[in-house]
Structures are given as C-alpha cells and as structure tokens.
Ligand binder design. Structure first.
Ligand SMILES: NC(=O)c1ccc[n+]([C@@H]2O[C@H](COP(=O)([O-])OP(=O)(O)OC[C@H]3O[C@@H](n4cnc5c(N)ncnc54)[C@H](OP(=O)(O)O)[C@@H]3O)[C@@H](O)[C@H]2O)c1
Length: 390
C-alpha cells in the first residue's frame, strides 16, 4: 500500500526539457506534483505549466500546483505560511533545475544556480519531512577521465567546462548535507538526452541537435550559393548539387579519439527516474546512460540521409586531415563546445541501475527515431515554435 507522501512530489526545473517530460510522466502515473519555479517575462509559473501540460497532452486534474520560488532567497523567497505549508506537504523532492550553459562566460550564473543556491533548497529539504531527495545530475559530472565511470561519488577535479564542474560540486554538497541531516538521497546521472522516441517531441535542441543544425545551416549556405550565383565558389571547394537534389559537401569531422556519443531518449529518462523512485533502495547513484551508444559515423549516415547530403565523414587518422575548407572551418567553430562528447571512449557502468525493476536498456537510436526527432526539431523551428507560450 502506498502512503500519501509516496505520491507527492515537489519538482524543480518543471519548465525545462527534462522537467516537463518528468512532470507529465508523474502526473500520468497519479502523482501530486508541486512545481517550484519562476515566472517568465510574460507568464506566471501557473500559466507556463498550463501551456506545458496541454502541449504534452496530459490532464493534470487537480494534481498539479505551482509555487513561484526564488532559490537564492531564504525560505525560497516565500512568506512564512506558504513555506510552512509547502514543508508539510512535500513527500519527495526532485531537484531537476539547473543552468545548463557550458560557457565560461556564464561561470558566475552557472555556479550561482547550480551550486550556491543549493543551500536554500537543502534547507527546505531539511525543514520538511521529506522521504527522499532525488538530484538530477549528469553522467559528465565525472569530468575528464578515461575508461569505466562507476556509479560512485566523484573523485575528479578536472573538468571540460563549468557545467560539469558545477554538477560535480553540487553532488558533493548534496551528499554531505543529506548525510548530516539524514535525508535519503539518490543521484541520477543521465547522459545526453534527445527527444521522445515515439513522438519526437523535445524542448531543448542542443547537443545532438546542434550538430545536425550546424550541418543544415552550412548545407543551406552552399545550396543558396549554387542557386543564386551558379555555385562558382561552391565548385571551387568541390561542392555539387546533383539532379536528385543531393548536395555533395566534402566535410571531414576530425575526431582523433574515435569513440561514441552517449545518447538516451527523454522517455527513457522519465521511465527510469520513476522506476528508481518506486523500486530502488534508499540511497544510490544511478547512470541513466546507453550501453550501446552510436558513433559519429552512424550519426553522420543518419544526418546525410535526413538532410540529403553526401561527403561528410568522421575521420580519426591525422594523415587523412587536409587544410580545412570553409564548411569545415564553420562546422569546427560551431561544434567546439560539444566536441568532447562526440568522441567519447568512456563507458558508464550501470550495475546499480540494472538492479532496479523497469530500468531496462536505453532503446537504440534507429534512423526512424532520429528522423522523427529531427522532423520535430525542424517543425518547431528548433524550439522557437513548440506550440505553447513560454
Ligand atoms: N538535457 C540533457 O541532455 C541533460 C543531460 C544530463 C543531465 N541533465 C540535467 O537535467 C536537468 C534538466 O536539464 P534540462 O536539459 O531540462 O535543462 P533546461 O531545459 O535548460 O531547463 C532548466 C530548468 O531549470 C530552471 N532554472 C534554471 N536556472 C534557474 C534559476 N536560477 N532559478 C530557478 N530555476 C532555474 C529552468 O527554469 P526556467 O524555465 O524558468 O528558465 C528550467 O526549468 C539539469 O539538472 C541538467 O543538468 C540534462
């Protein structure tokens, strides 16, 4: 038998990519969810959430509530009555809010959101009779390392970017504080998340999408050149449009380490997270990753088919590398922040995750799933027109 607190969740990040799908998954399974979040420029949090659940086709009935909170202020910036009421009703807390910028320019903001504001959230967890805190971390909180990444605390202090660094620091702080206060904690570490494998829907279009979007952008520059100027410049670099409308675009992506791209669909993230909530033990670190991730050559093959391109290759041998053409220069510049994740030789151990009933393997990224996700990305203009007001 379930206790009422088992079905009551306070969720942060419920307006973001992973959070919206998780919110919908929780509501569909009968949970009562209170989203702690913020208004946008033009909409209250409550109106934002109404748009989100409509978009996802979920009927929340009376099980969804919104509390506008400020994670940088004592008691989440709430008045005493609202704060006490929230503390009394919180069963489980899922902390999914995060600043996901990789940019060093955003260091102050990333650290403020992901690390400094934890003290307020953790004080809230300690003030409630919370059954369990779930922290949505990242597989890449492990930082720069090689070989097998275990479902254990992070011991590394070398990171690819400020985002990884902030997620590792957050894990450390949360673990220590939860241990001190006796709060049961689980840390969930997804790898790179793409859209829903059955509907293609997504909300954020970075990482995998950014690579495809960059190739699309470059393709269109050359197609335009061929259409408008007879393609004199394009021909100089060997670019050609054939009679079937397929562009030959010689573009080598130099990835010296080879390796793979660890991708999971958002529905796998939601199902695994809820399975862990419902079936896992009291504490633990879980890798929500793919045991059979695709490599860049597979993703290039899919992209070429989808964008009607030829000539793009992943190369790892320096002897194959030639002076970059303008398309290669542009592409290198675009994907620079994501490069380490495109040729990853690490594997993520999932021994603990696999013991949880329902935490099956991530479904494979087939061409059909890829096509569905990219078609959705194009139809929604890479998130600018997702079909609900932001
Ligand atoms: N997407 C992935 O591929 C991926 C992979 C691994 C791990 N993760 C982790 O999964 C979680 C969700 O990521 P996501 O991709 O869904 O991110 P996202 O789409 O950028 O959403 C971020 C969420 O955090 C909220 N947020 C950001 N800064 C905030 C602040 N200062 N105060 C209050 N709320 C704030 C946002 O609220 P607003 O809507 O109001 O801005 C939004 O709800 C993060 O913890 C991330 O580290 C994501």
């Amino acid at each position: 038998m379930h206790h009422e607190s088992d079905r009551t969740v306070v969720l942060t990040g419920g307006t973001g990519f992973l959070g919206t799908f998780l919110l919908s998954g929780l509501l569909e399974r009968g949970y009562h969810v209170t989203v702690l979040g913020r208004s946008s420029k033009s909409l209250s949090l409550s109106d934002r959430l109404s748009g989100i659940v409509r978009w996802l086709g979920t009927n929340p009935e009376a099980r969804l509530s919104a509390v506008e909170a400020d994670f940088s202020k004592n008691h989440l910036g709430l008045d005493e009555t609202t704060y006490r009421h929230l503390c009394a009703s919180a069963g489980k807390i899922i902390h999914c809010a995060s600043d996901t910028s990789f940019s060093e320019r955003d260091r102050k903001r990333v650290m403020q959101t992901n690390v400094n504001s934890l003290s307020v959230l953790l004080a809230f967890a300690a003030d409630t009779l919370v059954d369990h805190l779930y922290y949505i971390s990242s597989a890449y909180a492990c930082g720069r390392c090689e070989g097998i990444c275990l479902e254990t605390p992070i011991a590394n202090d070398s990171f690819t970017n400020v985002y990884e660094e902030s997620k590792a620091q957050a894990e450390r702080i949360i673990r220590l504080r939860c241990k001190d206060c006796g709060i049961p904690l689980s840390i969930l570490r997804p790898s790179i998340v793409y859209g829903h494998s059955e509907t293609g829907m997504a909300l954020n279009f970075n990482a995998l999408y950014y690579v495809i979007r960059s190739l699309l952008y470059i393709r269109d520059i050359f197609i335009k050149d061929i259409a408008a100027h007879g393609g004199e410049r394009s021909k100089k670099w060997g670019f050609q449009l054939d009679d079937a409308g397929i562009l030959y675009m010689p573009l080598d992506i130099y990835l010296p380490s080879g390796g793979t791209v660890n991708l999971i669909p958002v529905d796998y993230f939601v199902d695994s997270t809820i399975s862990i909530m419902e079936h896992a033990g009291m504490d633990g670190i879980y890798h929500l990753t793919n045991d059979h991730p695709p490599d860049m050559s597979t993703l290039i093959e899919y992209t070429q088919r989808f964008l009607r391109l030829r000539g793009v290759r992943a190369i790892c041998d320096i002897s194959q590398k030639t002076t970059p053409n303008p398309a290669e220069e542009l592409f290198d510049h675009f994907i620079d922040p994501y490069r380490p994740y495109l040729s990853d030789r690490r594997t993520f151990d999932r021994s603990r995750t696999k013991t949880v009933p329902g935490c099956i393997d991530s479904p494979p990224l087939t061409y059909e799933v890829f096509e569905r996700c990219m078609a959705y990305a194009l139809a929604s203009n890479w998130g600018k027109a997702v079909g609900f007001p932001k």
